[in-house]
Write a protein that binds this ligand. Structure first.
Ligand code: SF4
Length: 205
């Protein structure tokens, strides 16, 4: 007997995409649980709150006045059942985007892919061609990341918190220094544009 695919989901909510090319766009966020990496600045909640079928997720979001979806995580590509969700959402007229760390080339046929490779991947970044590359700026060698084929390149300042692993309050002074550092990097490397976490500045999810 064939079993229905199930997705581990941490949260589903309607907000504003705060980062990168689509900053300012109203969006429905579907956050899958779990990641194949462990970045020290990660502030993502990995608690699996629900197990839902793709059909159930589509029904859940049907009431939002929005047809722009962000699949995120954690890392969405570690759950192949997202592919079935993408097919259902396309059939219902949604524009589906994905935020991934680029550890897999299979992005399930979404319309727009934002790749955010992390320093902790150590060469496990394989997805080097998509619409958008968004780097959390940690003084990386940008030339390494420019050996790729993206339509848009973004640098985003690292948010510094008062405790490790994304815990605690934002350390305003240190975060401000990261903003300044990132602005300088963008001005010196005009292939890149600045991305800030607009949703955080607005106090949104
Ligand atoms: S890739 Fe993203 S979700 Fe995964 S550990 Fe790093 S910051 Fe967190």
């Amino acid at each position: 007997m064939e079993t229905e695919p199930v997705l581990r989901i941490t949260e589903i909510f309607h907000s504003i995409q705060g980062e990168g090319f689509h900053a300012g766009t109203p969006a429905i966020f579907i956050r899958g649980t779990g990641c194949n990496l462990a970045c020290d600045f990660c502030d993502t909640d990995f608690s699996p709150r629900e197990k839902l079928s793709p059909e159930a997720i589509a029904e859940r979001i049907a009431g939002y006045p929005c047809r722009f979806v962000v699949l995120t995580g954690g890392e969405p590509t570690i759950q192949p059942a997202f592919k079935a969700l993408v097919e259902i959402l396309h059939a219902r007229g949604y524009y589906v985007t994905m935020e991934t760390n680029g550890g897999s080339e299979d992005t399930f046929g979404v319309d727009w892919v934002t790749v955010s490779p992390k320093l902790s991947q150590k060469g496990k970044w394989v997805l080097k061609r998509a619409q958008e590359l968004k780097l959390i700026y940690e003084s990386q060698d940008l030339a390494f990341y420019e050996d790729s084929s993206f339509e848009h390149y973004f640098l985003q300042p690292k948010e510094i918190r008062t405790a490790a692993w994304g815990k605690g309050e934002r350390d305003r002074e240190s975060t401000r220094a990261e903003w300044d550092k990132t602005v300088r990097a963008v001005m010196a490397n005009p292939k890149w544009k600045l991305s800030i976490q607009l949703h955080k500045e607005l106090g949104l999810r």
